[in-house]
Design a protein around this ligand. Structure first.
Ligand code: KIV
Length: 278
């Protein structure tokens, strides 16, 4: 089993020039496989709302749903570095709520850290959480919880003013105390500039190779969720058609009597029918 990573260890990876891998996990089975494969950080993303709970966006996801899934992820991967994603409404109301809800991820689900979306508007909250002992990952660029205010799911920071603002927000978040920062859906050059401007690691998703690490939604990179695949996602395999093929075979074997066969059945006492008087 891998040695449990720490916040200091993750920051040190940037200093050593080691790229950081992060993938999402929502259940024990997947977290166990990802940890065994050596992923550096597991993110219990609020993307679970769309990927596993069937919501249209991440907005409806509740704290209780996040805790339920984060606990499962921790049980599946006791030695992994697990980050719980603060859902919409769990931190925007201020530092007190953010500390209570962030604390739940640590106390009830056994997470190592939490992630929250936003720039200048969340800096005071981040500082209060870090003071309270909660390690925080920031998230700027495309922030799905407020995507409607950003004009939908589209690339952010393309013009000079918004690029400059994003660099300043990254600096402010670092100053506020985040130990890492997700950069989502921004031009590759801007991802590289922000990564050079701050000392804490950047974890990119659609933010180019200049980031200190990368994160993807696991269902996307495994080709399991094919309703909508953003252009920055690389699918390393296509599980959805393989699952369909396996289920087609199962259906036809059950219907034809081909499953279960002798190899997948238990044998009984000899002459069971006779002994039962049948
Ligand atoms: O919820 C999530 O999965 C995320 C990643 C896309 C970074 O926030």
């Amino acid at each position: 089993m891998q040695k449990h990573k720490t916040v200091a260890g993750i920051i040190a990876m940037k200093k050593k020039g080691e790229k950081i891998t992060m993938l999402t996990a929502y259940d024990a089975g997947m977290s166990s496989m990802l940890a065994d494969a050596g992923v550096d950080m597991l993110l219990v993303g609020d993307s679970l709302g769309m990927v596993v709970l069937g919501y249209d966006s991440t907005v409806p996801v509740t704290m209780d749903e996040m805790i339920h899934h984060a606990s499962a992820v921790r049980r599946g991967a006791p030695g992994a570095f697990v980050v719980g994603d603060m859902p919409f409404g769990s931190y925007q109301t201020g530092a007190r709520d953010a500390i209570i809800n962030g604390g739940r991820f640590l106390k009830e689900a056994g997470c190592d850290a939490v992630k929250l979306e936003g720039g200048f508007e969340v800096c005071d909250t981040v500082t209060a959480m870090v003071r309270a002992g909660i390690s925080v990952v920031g998230h700027i660029g495309l922030t799905p919880q407020t995507a409607t205010q950003l004009g939908g799911y589209k690339v952010q920071g393309r013009d000079i003013d918004s690029a400059r603002k994003m660099i300043e927000e990254a600096r402010a978040l670092e100053e506020a105390g985040v130990f890492a920062m997700v950069l989502e859906c921004i031009p590759a050059e801007l991802g590289k500039i922000i990564s050079e401007e701050i000392a804490v690691p950047t974890i990119g998703i659609g933010a180019g190779e200049g980031c200190d690490g990368q994160v993807l939604v696991t269902h996307d990179m495994l080709g399991m969720f094919d309703k909508f695949i953003p252009s920055f996602v690389k699918s390393y395999c296509r599980l959805a058609p393989m699952i369909k093929e396996a289920v087609d075979s199962y259906n036809s074997e059950v219907r034809s009597g081909g499953f279960p066969d002798e190899a997948h059945s238990f044998s009984s006492a000899p002459e069971l029918r006779k002994l039962l008087g049948l």
